[in-house]
Design a protein around this ligand. Structure first.
Ligand code: PMP
Length: 404
């Protein structure tokens, strides 16, 4: 049984009030709240097992190293990677994409080569490629979408040329909620001999993601969007690809031997992990994974699906409601505008009622341009949200409408 009242007790912040109202936290696409067990794991490690990893012969260092490497194994199992060598810890999705744009770009791309992105990418999967374009003269092609917010697969097919070196697309849109057919997108890329990077920042918290089933070459996500701590993320890469890439940053940990004449690099995954890693954060990520696994990813997905359907039905009752994104296959993100109320006004006034939503361009300005709007209001649900909170959102919107 999915006992939502009991689950909510695991998240202390959900009991607080904002401006005298119970907090209704609907900004989970930006970051999720944290279960007590996750925060406890961070505190416990600082208090009882803190020491730098991979370096010391002493007891604490070995214990911290074991915890850190056990977390890598937890992540491996979570996304069903073949080996922990394929799990690189980073600061988050953004750093993972930058790491790849830099190293893949250096090794495999030159002037005139091309990367294919989609129109619904987050800036973190656009700007790193633009920086590479400025540095090396690569080209960027963009998969368009229909008015429902679904990628046009026929148009995608037409974008390939002999200069295509990589496809990099989001699994789930942080604006439209669209869940893209990444397995098919990857298969098409492979048919052209091109590897594929999946931005799973908005999918990993909500659904089972299996890198072997998808046959993803690279997949990236952030811990903080899935009940883990800030500052930690993952770059998954097939071993054959990671092996072929040069290091990203230089420093401690990533080397085998250093001399002023010649330096050799460490094996995977350490080749990409220069400096002291956030080994406390990786323990937190592993705890967050244990937490969602204990609830069951399928149960979480079912709960969020039900809640999203309920929210869409209720929001549609509101006169002047425009929902952006009507994809057949969608996740728990809903973007909307009501009448001509500015998204910023709507967000600010909802906040006064204790309702936290996101407003603005959601770091997806090219998508805003495609939609013909400057920004939207976004409600995004997590495993602890309730129908009562959806009702509070709807009542809040109706109250704001009366003010206009
Ligand atoms: N990609 C998508 C789809 C996202 O929603 C986000 C966060 N909004 C990111 C990438 C960037 O994640 P982070 O800021 O954790 O690096």
């Amino acid at each position: 049984m999915y006992d939502i009242a009991k689950i909510r007790e695991d998240f202390p912040i959900l009991a607080r009030t904002v401006y005298g109202h119970p907090l209704v936290y609907l900004d989970n696409g930006a970051t999720t709240q944290k279960p007590r067990v996750m925060v406890d794991a961070l505190v416990n490690e600082y208090y009882s097992a803190n020491a730098n990893v991979h370096r010391g012969v002493h007891y604490l260092s070995q214990q911290a190293t074991e915890l850190h490497e056990a977390s890598r194994e937890t992540v491996r199992r979570f996304i069903n990677a073949c080996s922990t060598d394929e799990i690189v810890f980073t600061r988050g999705t953004t750093e993972s994409v930058n790491l790849l744009a830099s190293t893949f770009g250096d090794e495999f791309m030159g002037a005139g080569d091309e990367v294919i992105l989609s129109v619904m990418e987050h800036h973190s999967n656009i700007v790193p490629w633009q920086l590479l374009a400025a540095r090396k003269g690569i080209g960027i092609k963009v998969i368009p979408m229909n008015d429902q917010g679904e990628l046009l697969m026929d148009e995608y097919e037409k974008l390939f040329s002999e200069r295509t070196k990589l496809v990099s697309v989001t699994h789930a849109s942080n604006v439209l909620g669209t869940v893209n057919p990444v397995k098919e997108i990857i298969a098409k890329a492979h048919a052209h001999g091109v590897p594929c990077l999946v931005d799973a920042a908005q999918s990993v918290p909500h659904t089972v993601v299996d890198v072997q089933d998808l046959d993803a070459d690279f997949l990236v996500f952030s811990a903080h969007k899935m009940y883990g701590p800030t500052g930690v993320g993952v770059l998954y890469g097939k071993e054959k690809w990671l092996d072929a890439l040069p290091p990203y940053q230089g420093g401690g940990e990533m080397i085998q031997h250093v001399s002023f004449e010649k330096t050799t690099f460490n094996e995977l995954p350490f080749k990409f992990e220069a400096g002291t890693p956030d080994y406390i954060g990786t323990t937190g990520l592993a705890q967050a994974i244990d937490y969602v696994n204990a609830l069951g990813m399928d149960q979480i997905a079912a709960h969020e699906h039900d809640l999203t359907q309920y929210a869409i039905d209720r929001l549609r009752e509101i006169p002047g409601m425009r929902i952006f994104g009507e994809a057949a296959h969608r996740g728990s993100v809903i973007s909307f505008l009501v009448g001509n109320i500015h998204h910023f006004d709507m967000g600010t006034l909802l906040d006064r009622l204790g309702i936290a939503v996101r407003t603005g361009h959601h770091c997806a300005q090219p998508l805003m341009q495609r939609l013909g709007v400057e920004g939207t209001v976004r409600a995004s649900f997590a495993l602890y949200n309730t129908r009562d909170e959806v009702d509070a959102l709807v009542a809040g919107i109706e109250r704001v409408m009366k003010m206009f």
